[in-house]
Design a protein around this ligand. Structure first.
Ligand code: CA
Length: 226
């Protein structure tokens, strides 16, 4: 899942980005409203965390313009309690949720997860594909009742695949949602991590739940083992 953080207080932005990355999210950070608007319009994010007081364009203006452009990415607005705006304004203008500063990382994470869950058509809290389950909140993965240990990045990749079962996902699509915008390395990293997941989820069971579609990408079978 890919999150855009628009926050000009570096201390807060850094803490958020660090925490979210450790939890397997891909995170892009901007410190300017206009840049935030541009990114949120140009790229597909799963959620946007938006501070109100930003240089060049306020968070209010960003969310208003996003909705006017029919971009419906869930937005979590960060408000200051003593600010000149209040939470009602944030929701009026099209934010989906708000948090007052100061907040703890755990609370932000819970709000972001809830937003992503609500983001589309009703999605189950625990993702299921046949005998494979993944709980995004606890990062717990189980296969045929057995607990499978995954790294943060493997969790991020598996969550993205499981939220798009039976869809062919291109390498660049996966890269964009699971790795950062600024990821400087080889896009073949996707292949490498698909390989890691297969080693844990397919190889021991001689199954083919993560399929390679030659020249197109990868597909996770929603019914599980094949
Ligand atoms: Ca600010």
């Amino acid at each position: 899942m890919r999150v855009l953080v628009a926050e000009d207080e570096h201390r807060i932005a850094d803490a958020l980005a660090k925490g979210l990355r450790a939890d397997g999210f891909a995170v892009d950070v901007v410190a300017d409203g206009a840049e935030g608007l541009w990114r949120a319009t140009e790229y597909a994010y799963d959620a946007v965390v938006l501070d109100i007081m930003l240089p060049s364009l306020s968070g209010y203006e960003v969310v208003r313009r996003l909705r006017a452009a029919e971009v419906w990415t869930p937005v979590l607005m960060l408000t200051a309690k003593d600010g000149e705006y209040d939470e009602a304004d944030a929701l009026d203008l099209g934010a989906d949720d708000y948090l007052s500063k100061p907040f703890s990382y755990v609370v932000v994470l819970a709000h972001i997860r809830a937003l992503i869950r609500r983001g589309g058509p009703t999605r189950p809290v625990v993702l299921v594909a046949g005998d494979l389950t993944f709980d995004p909140a606890t990062r717990r993965c189980r296969l045929a009742g057995t607990s499978i240990s995954l790294t943060a990045r493997e969790c991020g990749l598996l969550e993205y695949l499981m939220r798009h079962p039976d869809e062919v996902l291109s390498k660049s699509e996966i890269l964009a949602h699971v790795w950062d915008q600024n990821y400087p390395g080889d896009p073949n990293i996707v292949e490498v991590y698909i390989g890691y997941l297969r080693k844990k989820l397919d190889a021991p069971f001689s199954s083919n739940r993560i399929e390679t579609i030659r020249g197109a990408g990868y597909r996770l079978h929603g019914s599980g083992r094949r």
